[in-house]
Design a protein around this ligand. Sequence first.
Ligand code: 5AD
Ligand code: SF4
Length: 440
Amino acid sequence: MEKYYHIVTYGCQMNVHESEKIAGILCELGYKNCDDAESADIVVFNTCCIRENAENHAFGNIGMLKKLKSIKKDMIIAVGGCMTQQMGKADNLHGKFPYVDIIFGTHNLSNLKNLILQKQKQKKSVIEILDSEGEIVEGEQPFRTSFPNAWVNITYGCNNFCSYCIVPYVRGRERSRKSENIIAEVKDLIKQGYKEITLLGQNVNSYGNDTNGDLSFPELLEKLAQLDGKFRLRFMTSHPKDFSEELAKVIAKYPKICNCVHLPVQSGSNSVLKAMNRKYTAEQYLARVETLKSFVPDCTITTDIIVGFPGETEKDFEDTVELVKKVNYSSAFTFVYSKRKGTVAEKMENQIDEETSKRRIMHLIEVVNSLTREHSKKYIGKTVEILCEDYDAKKNLYLGRDEYGRMGYFESEKNVIGEFINIKVLQANGVSLIGEIVKD
Ligand code: 5AD
Ligand code: SF4
């Protein structure tokens, strides 16, 4: 009899890729993918705890499965991801949702197979949260779901301890994968026909700083850019404090490396940046942007910004808006500060009220959207190369991104997913473009 799995993913790209690894484990156990919990024999929640709303969302969805589980008693429910790795959270989850069968942490993803086999033999829930990171596990076979795009971890964990952030507590210390393993994985992906490789790490710029490091990040990137074949390279996330001139030069030297850098600023106010423990000032950030632009003049920059950090004054917020306009980001993720248990910022005085944060984020979103629209408008009439990644059945259009990360839609008679297509841009709709294929 066929067995099916369903994975619910919360949070960032890192988690999306982790879900691909979970899917790989489930495939190995003979499960096939399905789109809803009702048809599944195992449901896995891959949670995120970076902000409270992601956590609440997961809690709500796990709660909603209670009824289904009372009917489908043999269905296995597993909860993993960084939410479970928080101190005391696994017990809390088990108490609230006793019908959850397996709770596993971020450090024991590779043991999920054994946990499932153990659960199949016993009635009692299986809970395993390891305190320490352990060795990096190689040789995983993720079930990739985003052809022609593929994600490749280069580091795990984070050492930066930004005062608002829970990641270092739930993902452990920074560990780099050996460069030979990364290069082998990328080579294999290119051989399989993947056309865009995104290197993942909480701070890719500190790649190789630990004992596994034989190459620096620019050196690793250069080695990958020298591989044969037509493909694109991206990376995220770059901590501005470690963004070097050497990296800017490598980006400039190799056309395969996209001229698009995600450089989270978080705030434009020096006092807020200091309280956030970001280790740079607004001036230093702008200088890094200048360096990047001096080597890669057409480089677009995207960012993450938090509003409503404890103590943020109206003037601090204005400084952020001013910096956003100065850098002229092509797009930005904007967040309202979310108090996380165990972080330094949790104990800070002067937490900002909801109304003020809401007003500030609405204003910031308007500013960011208008910059995004301006960037899109400049595309009209130009020809851009899109890597086609999907087909939108509702719009009856194919879609993909250019090297700067802009989404472009176009009509095509044949399936061109996985191909580089030149389109002439006819319209710009804020964040996306509409164009027609240029016949050669
Ligand atoms: N509240 C709001 N946003 C946060 N981020 C990280 N922690 C928090 C928090 N406690 C944001 C940062 C980071 C992005 C991945 O999530 O902007 O760059
Ligand atoms: Fe969190 Fe800062 Fe590490 Fe990013 S660099 S994961 S924001 S602690």
